[in-house]
Design a protein around this ligand. Sequence first.
Ligand SMILES: [Zn+2]
Length: 81
Amino acid sequence: MKTGTCPKCNSKKVFCGAEIPLKKGPFGSNSIPIGLTSIAALDNYVCGECGYVERYVSNQGKLDEISRKWDTVELDEVAEK
Ligand SMILES: [Zn+2]
């Protein structure tokens, strides 16, 4: 999606809301909670053809915070075989 192509319908009509004002959304609705007092705003990529949405945390400070506070997803042992 970040390369400008929709992974669902292959359309090139992909739009990015990374630079819109008030990106966190009303009441933080365009954000995810990291901890009690911290949220991370999301960059949305929207396909203008099929409406598919992809969301990213792009703020490096927030990504660092998540890697400190959140649990790592353990690899599924079955999938490794
Ligand atoms: Zn699409």
